[in-house]
Design a protein around this ligand. Structure first.
Ligand code: B12
Length: 212
């Protein structure tokens, strides 16, 4: 039994095996970060490469995503364990037109684990929905995820709409962005307050808004 078996089970689209193997690794005391990164996230890169190469298609990508999600469900309690009073509230979602949610979910789990209250709006979320939720929940941060290059203009639109709302609707919400097509320069160009390359970076950026 090894983390590599989880990797292989994802590539075999074996949801039940993935869940069982993740539980077995937890019971064996394997580092949670390794289960997550090497067992669950790494095979998705493999899947992405095969999709680009035209050797697998959307249904297989979806089955792999579901297998990963089954593993994440088992890891969830370990990633979100916290006894502390919320540091702040984050409204999180994948931008309009984009249905990818695994990375966003991970960002949400780690933020929760770090003591943030997370309002997850899901995928395909429009700029106004983010702002309405931030107002309703008195949020401190909006976190935008996007995986498609075609999501980048929508991200820019969401940031611009939020900046406008901060001025005209008496809001004071920071915005951070992330996802594979996004990078620091793009984030700064569209006026975001921060960019994070992965879920731990999302936590670090979110914390920095409170510590300066
Ligand atoms: C699984 C998957 C799917 C699944 C998604 C299921 C789901 N529930 O999410 C399904 C099958 C639905 C899918 C559909 C499509 N997909 Co797809 N998909 C993938 C795949 C294989 C994995 C994505 C993933 O989950 N990665 C793992 C997570 C953990 O990583 P992550 O998302 O990058 O998140 C991390 C960081 O980016 C960061 N992060 C993420 N969000 C945020 C937010 C903030 C604020 C911060 C700070 C950080 C942060 O932290 C995360 C954790 O560390 C990728 C390939 C790949 N290697 O990524 C292609 C990929 C993203 N898909 C792609 C494409 C083309 C599509 C489709 C257009 C295919 C089609 N022809 O229909 C559709 C689009 C549907 C839509 N409208 O969104 C392309 C995108 C190309 C591009 N540059 O635009 C990729 C890259 C595949 C490829 N190599 O071509 N897909």
């Amino acid at each position: 039994m090894a983390v590599r078996d989880i990797f292989d089970a994802v590539l075999d689209y074996e949801e039940d095996d993935v869940a069982e193997l993740v539980q077995a690794e937890i019971d064996a005391g394997t580092d949670v970060h390794s289960i997550l990164q090497d067992g669950l996230v790494a095979p998705l890169d493999d899947i992405g490469e095969r999709f680009s190469a035209g050797t697998l298609f959307v249904p297989e990508m979806l089955m792999a995503a579901e297998a990963v999600q089954a593993g994440l469900d088992i890891l969830r309690p370990l990633l979100t364990e916290t006894g502390v009073k919320p540091i702040g509230t984050v409204v999180l979602g994948t931008v309009k037109g984009d249905l990818h949610d695994i990375g966003k979910n991970l960002v949400g789990l780690l933020l929760e684990g770090a003591g943030f209250r997370v309002i997850d709006l899901g995928t395909d979320v429009g700029a106004e929905q983010f702002i309405a939720s931030a107002q309703e929940n008195d949020a401190d941060i909006i976190a935008l995820s996007g995986l498609l290059t075609t999501s980048m203009p929508e991200m820019a639109n969401a940031v611009a709409t939020l900046q406008d709302a901060n001025k005209t609707r008496n809001l004071n919400v920071k915005v951070m962005v992330g996802g594979p097509p996004v990078h620091h320069e793009f984030a700064m160009k569209i006026g975001a307050d921060a960019y994070g390359m992965d879920a731990p970076a999302a936590v670090e950026r979110a914390r920095s808004f409170f510590t300066g």
